[in-house]
Design a protein around this ligand. Structure first.
Ligand SMILES: *[C@@H]1O[C@H](CO)[C@@H](O)[C@H](O)[C@H]1NC(C)=O
Ligand SMILES: *[C@@H]1O[C@H](CO)[C@@H](O)[C@H](O)[C@H]1NC(C)=O
Length: 494
């Protein structure tokens, strides 16, 4: 009798505790619920946004925007989307220009018919801190040691010593930054699951583009390591769009792309492949030591390609400011490429409205305005040169399906470099071709080409698409995304 009462009481306590936890968690996620974004059309799915603190001591908080699937979210996977840069916003670029449910147009938001939340619950993360609405109130998190050198120049030698010390510290901090970036992303997801426990063991995919060719594999690798201790992340695959995977191969495929698309002459092509290639130029550029030789070649290349051609889509007219903003970082140009026509970008205007920020539960901390790409983040750009293709290989070996896809009009990370890298990786891993190089269809038209290795490593192009494929080819991109989630080969017939 006694023991029964005890058991009952213990049970009751447990139930109470669980209820309490659930209440706390649901109230948390409720407080992040967006009742409505200013100017949005009526929709049937729920949206959430807000902050997850990833480091209490350094007061680092990451901002997310989460859109549930249009139909039956409980049966659909969870997909994390990350934009590149490094330092560009997944909210502004990914959600509001590429594959999110809305696109800003003047004062209102219009529906994107090919939003990826037709197939999945989409989570957009602004990362690392310093990007978009994500912030740290401890500015050392992104400003490294900014003010140490302001009044240092009493004596030349003191200045030199301090400068050397500064550079060393800066370098060290930057290495931490790389750590921060993927560790913070991992911690973010762990804590985000506390707000959304129903997604905890959901099928999870990580997707992203451009410099996310670094972020995504690094995060996936951390998840696999974490899962050895505690099986938390139900990682089912990663997809990388026009990704930076191996610096030299990716960057040097640009010359042939320019040349074959008529952007440079035969003689300039020759110089761009023999006198100074693009990887060498970028290496010199980021070390602040551009040689006269490379300078001459790049001037010629820039003159011929012209600044009025969008390098992220050589067939598209210029002026997609979010696209161009990414260019400053992974597409450095000696000849200043100021495309001011794009300052009036719709997304920038929209996300800087006070009513929009209020609806999003967003705060501006340490910055005056929301920007597409961070102005304050001090990212170690030489990390660009560290290959991540080997991490992709280790993921495949661990059984994680990988899709590398390319918008085929992009000259920044051209399809040819990515295709070479995937093919080379398949060879290294001893994966045979399971789907031979062939076209795939969307509607009655060719959506692009694809090849699959060992039923786990896939390459696909999206015909007529830019660096930001879902922006310029939304319908084809959605088809690719759907096939990727279902683990099915792309349609062979129509
Ligand atoms: C690019 O230039 C570097 C330095 O001159 C050289 O080592 C490398 O082989 C070149 N790559 C290609 C693809 O031409
Ligand atoms: C790949 O193909 C080769 C040659 O046909 C064959 O010997 C090998 O067993 C295949 N490997 C796998 C993993 O199927």
């Amino acid at each position: 009798m006694y023991s029964l009462t005890w058991k009952t009481m213990a049970m009751a306590a447990l139930v109470l505790q669980l209820c309490f936890l659930m209440l706390v968690e649901s109230s948390l996620s409720h407080s992040d619920k967006i009742s409505e974004l200013p100017g949005q059309p009526r929709v049937g799915f729920r949206q959430f946004s807000g902050y997850v603190t990833v480091n209490v001591k350094k007061k680092r908080s990451l901002f997310y925007y989460f859109v549930e699937a249009e139909v039956d979210p409980a049966s659909k996977p969870l997909v994390l989307w990350l934009n590149g840069g490094p330092g560009c916003s997944s909210l502004g670029v990914g959600a509001f220009s590429e594959n999110g449910p809305f696109r800003p147009k003047g004062e209102v938001l219009v529906r994107n018919e090919y939003s990826w939340n037709r197939e999945a619950n989409m989570l957009y993360l602004e990362t690392p801190v310093g990007v978009g609405f994500s912030y740290s109130t401890d500015s050392s998190s992104y400003e490294a040691v900014g003010d140490e050198i302001t009044d240092c120049c009493l004596l030349r030698w003191t200045c030199t010593i301090i400068l050397l010390w500064f550079l060393k510290v800066k370098r060290r901090n930057s290495e931490y930054m790389l750590q921060y970036q993927s560790r913070d992303n991992l911690v973010f997801l762990q804590r985000w699951f506390l707000k959304f426990p129903q997604y905890r063991h959901r099928d999870l995919f990580i997707t992203g583009e451009s410099y996310a060719g670094h972020y995504v594999p690094q995060l996936a690798k951390l998840m696999i390591q974490f899962n050895r201790k505690e099986k938390l992340f139900n990682l089912k695959g990663i997809a990388l769009g026009n990704p930076v995977l191996e610096f030299a191969t990716d960057f040097n495929s640009r010359a042939e792309f320019f040349w074959s698309h008529g952007l440079i002459s035969d003689s300039t092509y020759k110089m761009f492949t023999s006198v100074c290639n693009y990887s060498r130029y970028v290496s010199e550029y980021y070390r602040g030591t551009v040689s006269p030789l490379c300078s001459r070649v790049m001037n010629q290349v820039s003159t011929e390609t012209s600044k009025f051609v969008d390098k992220y889509d050589v067939t598209l007219d210029v002026c997609i400011s979010s696209v161009l903003s990414q260019s400053k970082i992974i597409n450095p140009q000696q000849v200043a490429e100021t495309i001011d026509v794009c300052v009036e970008d719709e997304t920038v205007n929209y996300l800087n409205r006070k009513d929009v920020q209020k609806a999003l539960h967003a705060r501006l901390v340490g910055v005056r305005r929301w920007a597409v790409c961070s102005n304050i983040l001090d990212y170690e750009l030489l990390n660009l040169e560290i290959p991540t293709i080997s991490i992709v290989g280790s993921l495949v070996k661990a059984g994680i399906p990988v899709l590398v896809y390319s918008g085929d009009q992009d000259s920044v990370i051209p399809l040819t470099g990515s295709r070479t890298l995937v093919h080379r990786l398949a060879n290294e891993l001893g994966l045979n071709t399971t789907v031979p190089y062939r076209v795939w269809f969307e509607g009655k038209q060719v959506g692009g080409w694809t090849q699959v290795y060992g039923n786990i490593l896939s390459f696909a192009t999206i015909r007529g698409a830019s660096h930001e494929a879902p922006f310029s080819q939304p319908e084809r991109s959605l088809m690719l995304f759907k096939s990727f989630l279902e683990g099915k080969p792309l349609p062979e017939v129509f």
